[in-house]
Design a protein around this ligand. Structure first.
Ligand SMILES: [Zn+2]
Length: 194
């Protein structure tokens, strides 16, 4: 009987739980490896949904695919939970490449893979990127302000780079122990804002 079979084969917790994935932390070698371009788009919609769920669960505003163990040129962004950003739509960026940049700005950054460490980082203010969507359409778009910042941070991930790599040697010394703790335990014993 179908009803009985359903009871035997389905686990209620897997039906109700959001499909989220574990976020890899600083120290995981996958995060230092440059990703591959996406060529097979078939299973991307499900992966993208998992990425959005995982990012939202961690209260993040951007997530790169290699942060959840998929070494692909794929990034999701959603800043709409932030004050003043309610109108911003979520973005799915595939096979992204920066083709231009302009100006510079300093903004505080944090990272789901480097928990409890925040630091002011200088980056270009505006960027022009080339990317694809889930339907493999190509776009060229210019971003400035917060979105530009989040995209640059996430594209760094795809190249195996962390925001803390930009810190001065003196500031790197201040977080060295914390980065080791993240590598070992997933989080540092104390947070810091630089
Ligand atoms: Zn990050």
């Amino acid at each position: 009987m179908l009803g009985q079979q359903t009871i035997i084969t389905m686990k209620p917790q897997t039906l109700t739980a959001k499909p989220t994935l574990q976020i890899l932390k600083y120290g995981d070698p996958i995060l230092r490896k440059k990703v591959e371009d996406v060529s097979d788009f078939t299973n991307l919609p499900y992966l993208v949904e998992q990425m959005f769920n995982t990012m939202h669960e961690g209260s993040g505003i951007g997530l790169a695919a290699n942060q959840i163990g998929y070494s692909l040129n794929l990034v999701v962004l959603d800043t709409s939970n932030l004050e003043g950003e309610e109108d911003c739509k979520p973005y799915i960026l595939i096979n992204t490449e920066i083709i231009g940049s302009n100006g510079s700005s300093i903004m505080e950054e944090g990272c789901l893979s480097v928990p409890d460490i925040r630091a002011e980082i200088e980056r270009p203010e505006t960027i022009i990127i080339k990317f694809q969507d889930l339907e493999q359409n190509f776009y060229e778009e210019s971003f400035t302000g917060l979105l530009s910042r989040v995209i640059q941070h996430e594209l760094d991930h795809l190249n195996g780079k962390f925001f803390v790599d930009y810190l001065s040697p003196a500031k790197k010394i201040l977080i060295k122990k914390r980065l080791l703790e993240i590598s070992k335990n997933g989080s540092p014993s104390t947070g810091i804002i630089l």
